[in-house]
Ligand binder design. Structure first.
Ligand SMILES: [Zn+2]
Length: 299
């Protein structure tokens, strides 16, 4: 396989269980290259981007999905987005001094304190949906499993891992096989499959291909894998959207900046692209309408 960044859907032929696998290299490295992140944040971003791809694949919609956290803890802001075309981008803001005692074993709830973790779906058409993810698990994967449990969806297991180069993830979900709900037999099968999946090591998630990992974990099961979908780093910023974001600022503040400088420069936080606005550019603010699906934020 040439593309090393991909997601792949699969089903167990004889069981009511489906799955999704994701492996990221260059898209993850592109995310990391846009910020000076300590290792604990790098890993968290890797897991977060993998999770956004996995969730985006199983929750069918046209638009984009974001996993978003804002907190008063060492991690101030955390965002990973995945579009329906598997375009990903992510960012983290953090308090470096408060991170020094933390490593990859630090519970997520210690990094995100006094805030919340949420899943947001912004469909191409229609209303935005937001679901709060309980910070009850130690890891991001456990917290997301708690979300599925709480929102009374289907039993779901999620495994995520990232080192400083690669990131990977696996999601398993039990499907409602019969109209009467999940049978005892299906329940036992789910138990069996998740017991096997629980043996997955982090290194296997980041190093192995979907084929190798699945055949290693589920030796006796017949698995049908679907077409591989490539994942790419993709930012959706534009000069137009940035100009609209500036419209949320007081006109006088913008004028004050222009008094001192030739133009107003705004760097996209996700991809570091710089957009510059002269006084003439800003004249358009007065008659500007919001680009589709754009809110007045700078990212
Ligand atoms: Zn950008």
């Amino acid at each position: 396989m040439n593309n090393k960044d991909y997601s792949q859907r699969f089903i167990f032929e004889d069981l009511d269980i489906r799955g999704e696998f994701v492996h990221l290299e260059s898209s993850y490295q592109a995310v990391l290259s846009n910020g000076d992140y300590p290792e604990v944040i790098q890993r968290l971003l890797g897991e977060l981007v993998c999770a956004s791809v996995l969730l985006s694949s199983i929750l069918k919609y046209e638009g984009r999905l974001a996993i978003h956290a804002q907190s008063e803890g060492p991690v101030k802001l955390l965002v990973a987005e995945c579009s329906d075309k598997n375009g990903v981008r992510a960012i983290a803001h953090f308090d470096e001094e408060r991170l020094t005692d933390f490593d990859q074993n630090t519970p997520l709830s210690a990094l995100i304190t006094g805030g919340q973790l949420a899943i947001m779906i912004q469909p191409a058409k229609g209303k935005q949906y937001q679901g709060i993810v309980p910070l009850s698990g130690n890891t991001l994967a456990e917290c997301l499993e708690g979300y599925f449990e709480q929102s009374e969806q289907l039993p779901t297991r999620i495994y995520l891992a990232a080192d400083q180069q690669k990131a990977g993830g696996l999601l398993l979900q039990q499907l409602p096989g019969s109209p009467d709900g999940v049978t005892e037999e299906a329940s036992n099968q789910w138990e069996h499959i998740t017991t096997l999946a629980n043996t997955t090591r982090s290194q296997e998630l980041t190093e192995l291909s979907a084929d190798t990992l699945l055949s290693r974990l589920f030796v006796e099961e017949s698995i049908r894998a679907f077409e591989v979908q490539s994942v790419n780093f993709q930012c959706r910023c534009s000069k137009e959207k940035t100009r609209f974001a500036l419209s949320a600022m007081k006109r006088q503040e913008l004028e004050d900046i222009l008094e001192k400088k030739q133009c107003i420069a705004v760097d996209c936080q996700f991809c570091t692209t710089r957009y510059e606005f002269t006084r003439d550019d800003l004249k358009l603010l007065d008659q500007q309408e919001a680009p589709q699906n754009q809110t007045a934020t700078l990212h």
